[in-house]
Design a protein around this ligand. Structure first.
Ligand SMILES: *[C@@H]1O[C@H](CO)[C@@H](O)[C@H](O)[C@H]1NC(C)=O
Length: 251
């Protein structure tokens, strides 16, 4: 009887960990690197992050193929990546790096999927910075086989909300998201409004068509594993477009 109880309990634990965990199994993909001058990806990017050094993703950022990018939903998610199955190009012991998804790697249908069209649908491909790539593989390799898995993001500090748009068209860029890093829903509340659902504009830029000028703002952010976090009075009444304000952080 006791054994049966434990077996059932064990099965329940096993099943629930499968359902709630967003950190997956190793999957196969490929990786290349971009030849940026200082070894980092610093361009605007399809996630809306702007200068990546300012928001600290820096060299540990990657552009994702259509399949992985998922129309921008994956922006901010963290991936552990290691080079596998290539004795000449993979560094010994298959060391791994953790990258944040910060950009889209566009398809190139003029090239075949195994020759230049690495980011063509339905390929799973990571375009890394040169500096991060050099931590897993030889730089003389142009493309390497890798394995990746989703991991939780280690973020120093709190969630950041950067205001943009206009009084007709209010937008917030959300960065430095901990936990699984992938924001799937956002609500905003001014001191004179209820909770207003925001829509994804592109990447991690969220918007609503309400005039929120002159009101202190609170935010509710939900990540892909269903955790919601409410930060009250993130921005004061005199908040300005272009400014960044901090909320709480996922634990
Ligand atoms: C938005 O609200 C502010 C503060 O109430 C007001 O000064 C401004 O005129 C409003 N803008 C528009 C376009 O309604």
């Amino acid at each position: 009887m006791g054994t049966l109880k434990f077996t059932v309990l064990y099965l329940i634990l096993l099943l629930s960990s499968k359902v709630t965990s967003n950190v997956g199994e190793w999957q196969s993909a490929t990786a290349t690197y971009t030849k940026e001058i200082d070894g980092s990806i610093i361009t605007e990017g399809a996630c809306g992050y702007g200068d990546l050094h300012k928001i600290s993703y820096g060299k540990y950022s990657a552009g994702l193929s259509t399949m992985l990018f998922n129309k921008g939903s994956t922006c901010g998610a963290c991936f552990e990546i290691r080079c596998v199955d290539h004795i000449l190009w993979c560094l010994q012991g298959s060391p791994s790096v953790i990258l944040t998804a910060t950009d889209f790697c566009p398809p190139n249908y003029g090239l075949s999927a195994d020759y230049g069209g690495w980011c063509n649908f339905p390929k799973e491909h990571f375009e890394m910075s040169k500096a991060a790539f050099s931590e897993i593989a030889e730089l003389r390799a142009d493309i390497v086989p890798i394995q990746y898995k989703r991991v939780n993001c280690e973020r120093a500090g709190r969630l950041r909300f950067t205001m943009s748009g206009s009084s007709h068209f209010y937008q917030a860029l959300i960065t430095n998201v901990g936990l699984d890093g992938e924001v799937v829903a956002v609500k905003v509340k001014g001191s004179k409004t209820g909770w207003i659902p925001m829509a994804r504009n592109w990447g991690q830029i969220w918007q609503c068509n309400v005039n929120l000028t002159g009101q202190p703002l609170s935010f509710e952010v939900t990540t892909s594993n269903g955790k919601a976090l409410t930060s009250y009075n993130v921005a004061p009444a005199n908040w300005q477009f272009g400014q960044t304000y901090e909320g709480k952080q996922f634990k």
